[in-house]
Ligand binder design. Structure first.
Ligand code: MIC
Ligand code: SF4
Length: 650
């Protein structure tokens, strides 16, 4: 193993990779294939993942445990979402997948509580799958097709990451919490600072953080663009597993003392203060004090980042005996049925209701624009992880990402408030045992009975587009030019109106890029074959494959940009859309929408792996691009995507 020839110790990430590697070598920057122990899907990406899984013709899943969660599209304002839930429930039953029913909670929260295991690998068709890093898993977000392949027993491919050691020292002060830690990391590293890296948390400070607090940090590590984030599995992990009645899942895990890291960062927890990510990027971080007492219209508490029992108990204690400010609408969504039930049993739910909180079901809800959109220009404080423009459902909504403490204290004050002014931090006691009842997780049929299970498809479920092999020459017009940090929420917006179309690519594609340019879908379709030009970190954010499938349906053949976000780039490759990067970033400035671009011998150039010359036929000049691909990646682009590739390569 190249990186450790001197018998140097291993990082925790390397240890888990070493025990799961099935293809390639642990050499930084090269592609490696990992055996995947567990998979998860959610409903907004799940229908596509299962349609793709069905298309692969695999019978029973080959993983140790696969789960299908329903948590995103829970607002049923038409038949579509309910049909999708039914489809996922039936397909799960047939193929050996456990089904977490609507109402059971947000996939990442439930998975942490009930199924995550230290030392295991997990991929999920959701970018916040790294939540599992809080319990010492190597947990990564992936496209639905990658999850389908893993369910079928195939390896999951990543670039062997660089590993960053974040050394935590000291201890958090009262009113400062895990959310402030990850906001600090985002401020230091930015939304593209984690690309190609795993963030490993170490040091004395780790001990003071509970598993749900660690999970808040690894969850929002997705916003760094990181492959994943991970904490060691220690005494605290054991306590958590014991409380969940799962101590048999415990293994102690940590990095070797002499492990070698690529980068190091120290954060003194004692020096942290309450922070907030200002509109419209999770790395636009300032101290709450610095932002000042801006008037707020809404507060939302929940999401996979901050919806644990610990978060909810804190909030209940802060709100106890008080009333939410008259100008503020406060909504609270407990992260799981377990959390909800326990809040009810201990009386904290009554405290929240009494204070005027609008209690929502255990689901993603407002985080994905499924209701609770703020008023126009409304200022909304949210304990969530993303504040991209328009994601809340209100285009001019001003979303600030904060901790539960800041959210609760501000909800009472009516203005953004540094919670440290609220006096002593109310004390809450975490129970030793959680309430365990997995009655909302439906087991799959036995393999013998699988044939008898009928897969129920509603009329909303349409076949997904499959690309064709790459031709020798590519001639296409630039249908759109966008700037830096384009998110998948720009490419394929979500929200209550559009999400029900997740199983219907022809219909959902009519919303593709409409946040940036209303006329894009019609124009791209009319062109028949086109190219999108982007800036740096193109495709950051969600794992949604729809951000590749909709452009594919509209005839997009290639993206040329300054750099890509990891999961989106893989989704493009999986669907045979060529991901090209400018060699000279200055060439970005010369291209305009409407320019006609030509790549002669594109197949040969992709195969050869050298620089790819693009001719701008409209302006009469050429420029160079790169398309760094593994042999497997090249195969996928040439074949027109992963499904075609596997058909021909077994
Ligand atoms: C998100 O937070 O953006 C989502 C919705 O959970 C997505 C998945 C999706 O688009 O369905 C994610 O993070 O991958
Ligand atoms: Fe759901 Fe929001 Fe978490 Fe995505 S970030 S999984 S939408 S709660």
């Amino acid at each position: 193993m190249a990186e450790n020839q001197n018998n140097k110790g291993l990082t925790l990430t390397e240890k888990i990779i070493k025990s799961h590697i099935v293809d390639g070598e642990m050499q930084k920057g090269t592609e490696i294939g990992l055996r995947i122990d567990q998979t998860l899907t959610q409903d907004a990406t799940g229908t596509m993942a299962y349609l793709q899984f069905e298309a692969m013709g695999v019978g029973q899943v080959k993983t140790e445990r696969s789960l299908a969660y329903i948590d995103h599209n829970t607002l049923q304002s038409g038949f579509e979402n309910a049909d999708d839930h039914r489809y996922i429930g039936s397909v799960a039953k047939k193929h050996g997948i456990w089904f977490s029913r609507p109402g059971n909670g947000i996939c990442h929260q439930v998975h942490l509580e009930r199924f995550g295991k230290p030392g295991k690998t997990l991929i999920g068709s959701d970018s916040h799958t790294p939540t599992g890093g809080g319990i010492g898993m190597l947990a990564m977000g992936a496209g639905g097709l990658d999850v389908a392949v893993a369910m079928g027993g195939g390896a999951y491919y990543i670039t062997m990451p660089k590993i960053v050691r974040v050394n935590l020292v000291g201890q958090l002060s009262d009113w400062v919490s895990a959310k402030d830690v990850i906001l600090k990391v985002l401020q230091l590293m930015s939304v593209k600072g984690g690309v190609g890296k795993v963030i490993e948390y170490c040091g004395e400070g780790v001990k003071s953080l509970s598993v749900p607090e660690r999970a808040t940090i690894t969850n929002m590590g997705a916003e760094l663009g990181a492959t994943t984030s991970i904490f060691p599995s220690d005494e605290t992990t054991l306590q958590f597993l014991k409380a969940q009645g799962r101590e048999e899942d415990y293994v102690e895990l940590s990095a070797d003392p002499d492990a070698v890291y690529d980068e190091e960062l120290t954060i003194d927890l004692s020096s942290l203060v309450p922070l907030a990510a200002c509109p419209h990027m999770p790395d636009n971080v300032k101290t709450v004090e610095e932002i000042g007492a801006i008037k707020i219209d809404q507060v939302c508490i929940g999401s996979c980042t901050n919806s644990s029992l610990q978060d909810m108990l804190k909030v209940a204690h802060i709100l106890k005996g008080r009333t939410v400010h008259p100008d503020v609408s406060l909504s609270i969504a407990p992260g799981s049925k377990q959390v909800f039930n326990m809040l009810a049993d201990c009386g904290a739910l009554s405290t929240l209701i009494n204070a005027g909180a609008r209690i929502l079901e255990s689901a993603c809800g407002p985080c994905i624009g499924m209701g609770q959109s703020p008023n126009s220009k409304g200022v909304s404080l949210r304990t969530f992880n993303r504040n991209f423009e328009g994601r809340s459902g209100t285009k001019d909504g001003q979303i600030y990402l904060v901790s539960p403490e800041t959210a609760a204290v501000s909800a009472l004050a009516g203005v953004l408030t540094d919670p440290r002014i609220a006096g002593d931090m109310p004390k809450y006691v975490m129970p030793e045992k959680f309430l365990i009842n997995d009655n909302m997780v439906v087991p799959p049929a036995s393999p013998e009975d699988a044939d008898k299970v009928e897969v129920l498809r509603g009329p909303n479920i349409k076949p997904f587009p499959i690309n064709v092999p790459l031709p020798d020459k590519l001639s296409a017009t630039v249908s759109l030019k966008v700037g830096d940090n384009i998110t998948t929420d720009h490419i394929m917006p979500a929200g209550a109106k559009i999400l029900p179309l997740r199983s219907n690519i022809p219909a959902i594609s009519q919303y593709c890029f409409t946040v940036c340019d209303e006329s894009f879908p019609k124009r791209a379709q009319a062109l028949g074959s086109s190219i999108i030009v982007g800036g740096a970190n193109y495709g950051q954010g969600s794992s949604r494959e729809h951000a590749a499938l909709a452009p594919l349906y509209l005839g997009v053949k290639a993206i040329i940009c300054k750099s890509f976000a990891r999961i989106h780039r893989q989704n493009l490759i999986n669907n045979g859309i060529i991901p090209l990067c400018f060699v000279n970033e200055a060439d970005y400035d010369n291209i305009e929408q409407g320019d006609s671009l030509v790549i002669a011998n594109v197949r040969e150039l992709i195969q050869g792996g050298a620089e790819i010359t693009v001719k701008n036929a409209t302006k009469g000049y050429t420029f160079k691009t790169t398309c760094e691909l593994s042999e497997r990646g090249k195969g996928m682009i040439l074949a027109g995507g992963l499904l075609n590739y596997t058909k021909h390569n077994g």
